[in-house]
Design a protein around this ligand. Sequence first.
Ligand code: NDP
Length: 304
Amino acid sequence: MVQPYFTLNTGAKIPAVGLGTFEAGDGDVYPAVMEALKVGYRHIDAAAIYRNEKSVGKAIRDSGVPREELFVTTKLWCTQHKEPEKALDQSLERLGLDYVDLYLIHWPVALKTTSIKDGNMLTVPLRDGARDVDVDWNFVRTWELVQELPATGKTKAVGVSNFSINHLKELLASPGNKLTPAANQVEIHPLLPQQELIDFGKKHGIVTEAYSPLGHNGAPLLKNATVQEVAAKYNTGPAQILISWAVKRGYVVLPKSITPARVKSNFELVDLSAEDVQKLLDIAKNEGEKRFINPDWSGFKVFD
Ligand code: NDP
């Protein structure tokens, strides 16, 4: 099957399947990215807070794949909402790249830096056991700074992550907004199908990207009986079904693996019928919704 792509509101093409790099140590992520680029991936999803951009970037540079053929994303961490250009410079330095293709606000939450002692911004500051949310700052102000970044040439496009429909509405309606985010990266899988959010994105020209498509660590959704039943029908594995389901529904999907054989097989899509797409959509109706990534932002409601 030819690898599909979607088109961002900048006109750039974004490959539909990208390799995730969360919770992959330097020693693991380098061979994983190398393997991905060898078997045909052209899209890598990174983030400053994953603390492995150096190895991700080294693999990208060592792979021999021309830079212009690749789509590289990285993300602004919550402690750096007030200085996104500096944060992007730091990511580019670690990646060893001149630009990224997409720079995302990782969460619609700014964290205070007062409790950071060693100057290391890539931390999750905690105060009294809770995350130190800066309630005097707002993601709309972050966006006003981030929307200026494409003009610097350091990123081709900018977008957001973990934004709800309400966040997107607030951002789009804000007086300082000059640019529609190119993408919104959120958790999506059969236990959290997010149809309304995907539709909202389509209506406004925002490409949706699915993270944790296999259910995050340990890929628990591979054990789901319906997913396994559909996989048997297509004579493939449950991971391929979950990844193919995303592409068929019309959004980018970012499976993560540090296991070379899985990196390879996750890239082998199947063409699901409308009936099987629906069967997987029915899982949440029958079994209830579940969110695997749900940080406690000290009472600050993110998923409103
Ligand atoms: P995934 O749903 O991609 O699952 C990753 C887990 O699945 C790992 O334990 C991996 O194991 C395992 N796995 C992968 N492929 C297979 C397979 N074929 N068979 C069996 N097990 C498999 O979880 P993530 O949470 O990592 O999400 C994917 C990516 O999305 C992240 O890496 C990151 O890039 C992005 N993300 C973004 C977030 C955001 O806030 N914007 C939040 C979370 C994720 P192993 O690696 O050992 O092979």
